[in-house]
Design a protein around this ligand. Structure first.
Ligand code: PLP
Length: 390
């Protein structure tokens, strides 16, 4: 009998998520007693809104939490649909909303339902690494949409037009990760129309919606009922660990995704759905909008102070939780640089290679989630570190 030398599949060969490795280092350094300013994490430091916590206490005592319906608790689906309709002035039916385990479960289900091995998917670089990694495991071929400051790090319909082949799907993320830039409403409309005209599935990751510092945010479903919208309680709603997200999908995808989800995860976490309904109330919105003001403050501090310490090239975030900074004046290996910064200055940032496999060695991502005092201290420490190493 011939023994297979390795239990590993080719598809398991996914690159590490370096931000998570950095977080491990932060925990280690803190355990050793070092003071660390965390500018690497992409999660709100705040907890769930009070209204959700109150509801969760009631739900936990009111009976067993079993599986919900596969596509999600009906009341929660209705709450998402009502919020989406009211926010964007569209008619979103709860029948088209599927509740998933974080938005991660949502885009995984959307990929499984729409893509075959070898299908091409266009996505922006820099961009969120999990899309690329999951698509790679599914055997999809990635067509990079190289996004620079020229288009404020967002893709355009013209870029799609110039691709060598028409992709089966396009992913857009606005506000972006790692750049925080928001796609212009007219450009999103052009992209949606291009996708409809070319039979391409548009997947619009709207996870950071609710977090704009002034620029308008549109949902892709304003322009096409064929678009798949991805959303989450993890970001604006400040409920990262509750692991609840959703996808809003065209009619023909509801049953296939239901069948996939039934086999992959049965349903999204019940507690997050039962209590999460309260996240869409006016009371919660007042609390959550106040958090966005704190992110805006962090953004203002960075935009004001980074040039003073020599970091003058960055994407000015329109919203979201991040700022993307060019560190190529100081290093051509942003991963090693980030580790030195952590060891020597006690500041944790996310190395750019996660988000851009070819140019990311020149960039790092800073998070807007720290308090204004920590953000200021982080900038001060980075400045001191740069003075030392230059
Ligand atoms: C752009 C983007 N999409 C999706 C996710 C996944 O979030 P979750 O699964 O917590 O909803 C993240 C997480 O950081 C993200 O940045």
């Amino acid at each position: 009998m011939v023994m297979n030398p390795s239990p590993l599949s080719n598809r398991s060969n996914v690159p590490p998520f370096r931000v998570m490795q950095m977080l491990d280092q932060v925990h280690r350094r803190r355990r050793e007693g070092h003071s660390i300013i965390m500018l690497c994490a992409g999660q709100p430091a705040t907890g769930a809104p009070e209204a959700v916590l109150a509801e969760a206490e009631i739900v936990l005592r009111s009976g067993p939490l079993g599986y919900t319906e596969v596509v999600g608790d009906r009341e929660f689906r209705e709450a998402v649909a009502a919020w989406h309709s009211a926010t964007y002035g569209v008619q979103t039916s709860a029948d088209n909303v599927i509740i998933t385990t974080g938005s991660s479960g949502g885009f995984m289900a959307a990929f499984l339902a729409t893509l075959d091995h070898g299908d091409r998917v266009a996505l922006s670089v820099p961009g969120y690494p999990a899309y690329r990694n999951i698509l790679q495991t599914l055997g999809a071929e990635i067509l990079d949409l190289r996004c620079t400051a020229e288009t404020r790090f967002q893709p355009t319909a013209q870029m799609l037009e110039e691709l060598p082949e028409v992709p089966k799907a396009v992913i857009v993320t606005s506000p972006g990760n790692p750049t925080g830039t928001i796609i212009d409403v007219e450009e999103l409309e052009r992209i949606a129309r291009w996708c409809d005209a070319n039979g391409t599935v548009l997947i619009s990751d709207e996870d950071y919606h609710g977090m704009s510092f002034g620029r308008p945010l549109a949902t892709a479903r304003q322009f096409s009922d064929n678009a798949i919208v991805v959303g989450t309680l993890s970001k604006y709603f400040s409920m990262t660990g509750w692991r609840v997200g959703w996808i809003i999908v065209p009619d023909e995808l509801v049953t296939p995704i239901e069948n996939i989800q039934a086999s992959v995860s049965l349903c999204a976490p019940a507690i997050g759905q039962a209590a999460g309904k309260a996240a869409f109330t006016l009371e919660a919105a007042a609390e959550l909008d106040a958090h966005v003001e704190v992110y805006r403050e962090a953004r203002d501090i960075f935009v004001d102070k980074l040039p003073e310490i020599g970091l003058d090239t960055f994407a000015d975030p329109d919203g979201g939780l991040y700022l993307w900074v060019d560190v190529s004046k100081y290093t051509d290996d942003s991963e090693a640089w980030a580790h030195e910064l952590l060891e020597q200055a006690g500041v944790a940032v996310a190395p750019g290679v996660d988000f851009d496999p070819t140019e990311g060695h020149k960039w790092v991502r800073l998070s807007l989630c720290a308090s204004p005092a920590d953000t200021l201290e982080g900038v001060r420490r980075i400045g001191e570190f740069l003075n030392r190493v230059v």
